[in-house]
Design a protein around this ligand. Structure first.
Ligand code: NDP
Length: 307
């Protein structure tokens, strides 16, 4: 049992968590970051980031996160590899229980647990996960060298995944349920110009079929007509789900699972608990905004502790 009470406990080690740690530690507060089981968060599976200011040539997600981590370590904040599985925000100090069994006590908590990929929930998806079904081209694209793959979705993630997959696959089919992409214009242009990529508009996937060990085919509905497509792998890129299940009973959460915070600051429904990053952002979901919100959360936390 850890009897020491930390000033600021930060859950999550993406741009929001790391930035909050840098600001809180530099304000003279004792800071612990509980990294979660995927330290660095979603950017760890992002190949190239071209819109984060300061990196004119672009930077890979893992490298950006490594640099943020090093900056955190310089401040003296402690990064702990653990994942919070339950919280008690009804008493002070707040108590967060780690998967390790450790009880972390703190005066303030900053929640920056991020979000994770959503799935379609169709037959075959779970059965063939890791056997042709993936939500991460950076992680699994390599296994589809000279194969035919599909990507489902029409946002920036889907377009990025499709472009990345052209480095490995012989053909990439982007399957989108509408006739317009949601992705940024510059990304759309790159996608539509790429000779390896074909887009199937107005198409949904109804089932993922396989031979028992790996994916072989997709059942599709295109313009209300059932069609099938032979495929070796399918990458699902249909948005994200915020990681808030452990807070459901204690904090105000919206209908889509996001922690509710006001526009002007990072407070939640419990004084002393703050939230930053994708866990409370259904709209922008950008690394730069998560970092900025992490900064706000640390400043809000510092003000709260000074009261
Ligand atoms: P988005 O919510 O932007 O896009 C999700 C896509 O999946 C949409 O095209 C949506 O279709 C489609 N979709 C959702 N549910 C289903 C379903 N059940 N069946 C079929 N299709 C479905 O999510 P992203 O993950 O792409 O991006 C999230 C945020 O992260 C965005 O703000 C994006 O800009 C940002 N991002 C930025 C990057 C960058 O700047 N480099 C990289 C990656 C993401 P429809 O369009 O019809 O709603």
């Amino acid at each position: 049992m850890n009897e020491k009470i930390t000033d600021v406990l930060i859950m999550g080690s993406g741009p929001a968590g790391y930035t909050a740690a840098i600001y809180a530690a530099r304000a003279g507060r004792s800071v612990k970051i509980i990294s979660g089981f995927e330290p660095g968060g979603q950017l760890m599976i992002t190949s190239s980031i071209e819109n984060y200011p300061g990196f004119a040539e672009g930077i890979s997600g893992p490298e950006l996160m490594e640099r943020m981590k090093q900056q955190v370590e310089k401040t003296g904040a402690e990064i702990i590899f653990d994942s919070i599985k339950s919280v008690d925000f009804s008493r002070k100090p707040f108590v967060c229980i780690g998967d390790s069994g450790e009880a972390y006590k703190s005066k303030v908590v900053i929640i920056s647990t991020g979000a994770s990929a959503k799935w379609l929930g169709i037959p075959g998806e779970e059965k063939y996960r890791g056997a042709g079904v993936s939500a991460c081209a950076t992680c699994d694209g390599f296994f589809f060298r000279n194969k035919n793959v599909a990507v489902v979705g029409g946002g920036n993630t889907a377009v990025e995944e499709a472009l990345l997959l052209t480095n490995f696959a012989s053909s990439v089919t982007l399957i989108h349920r509408r006739d317009k992409l949601r992705a940024e214009k510059i990304m759309q242009d790159r996608l539509l110009k790429n000779p390896k990529i074909n887009v199937m508009w107005n198409t949904t996937v109804s089932e993922i079929l396989g031979n028992g060990t790996k994916v072989t085919e997709l059942s599709l509905i295109k313009n209300e007509v059932n069609v099938s497509k032979a495929i070796d792998g399918v990458f699902i890129a249909v948005g994200h789900q915020p990681a808030t299940s452990i807070f459901n009973e204690q904090l105000k959460i919206d209908g889509n699972g996001y922690i509710i915070t006001p526009e002007a600051n990072t407070s939640t429904s419990i004084p002393g608990i703050f939230a930053a990053g994708d866990v409370c952002d259904p709209n922008y979901r950008q690394a730069i905004i998560s970092a900025a919100k992490g900064c706000m959360a640390a400043l809000d936390a510092d003000k709260f502790l000074s009261r």
